[in-house]
Design a binder for this molecule. Sequence first.
Ligand SMILES: [Zn+2]
Ligand SMILES: [Zn+2]
Length: 201
Amino acid sequence: MTLNRSEFKRQPAKEPKTKPGPRQRKCSNCGSQFLQQRMGQQVCSTACAQSYGRRISEQQQRKKERQERAETKAKLKTRADWLREAQAAINSWVRLVRDVDKSCISCGRQHEGKYDCGHYLSRGAHPNLAFVENNLAKQCVPCNQYLSGNQIRFRQGLIARIGLEAVEALESDNEPRKYSISDLQAIKADYSARLRELKGK
Ligand SMILES: [Zn+2]
Ligand SMILES: [Zn+2]
């Protein structure tokens, strides 16, 4: 509500606002109850103010150190490290998000055990397809690890899912894709975020 000036003048001299009495609150340092003497007062005494201040600055210091350690560690990572981490992130996303309700791409088996994320065209022979989503699918561990990807049936499963045309496009995809460290960092961040989003639900 806004008062216009004339209305305001007509009003009788106002009583000074009654201040709300001191408010009970809990000391942020020692947890005991105290009467708040001024706005924003968080602690009961000077002693508590000092130790509370120390605690906060120690916390900030530790946080800063953690950040610095993380940064130093990040600087020491090689491109191969980032490649591995980015691959792990997209693989988890395939297994746990995109294909979560699907069975093994190549044998069709739906089981309780562990799944991998398989590459239809292997990373060794086709490093340019390592992060191409159509080339990746959830696959059971036996197919992925013991049947060398069970590739013929992987192809059949892939055709059933994305169609022959898309599979052939993948097979003739020779686009060289060079990923810099910052590309790999971005890939990792992107798929990790999409995975976290799911976990938050
Ligand atoms: Zn206190
Ligand atoms: Zn399988």
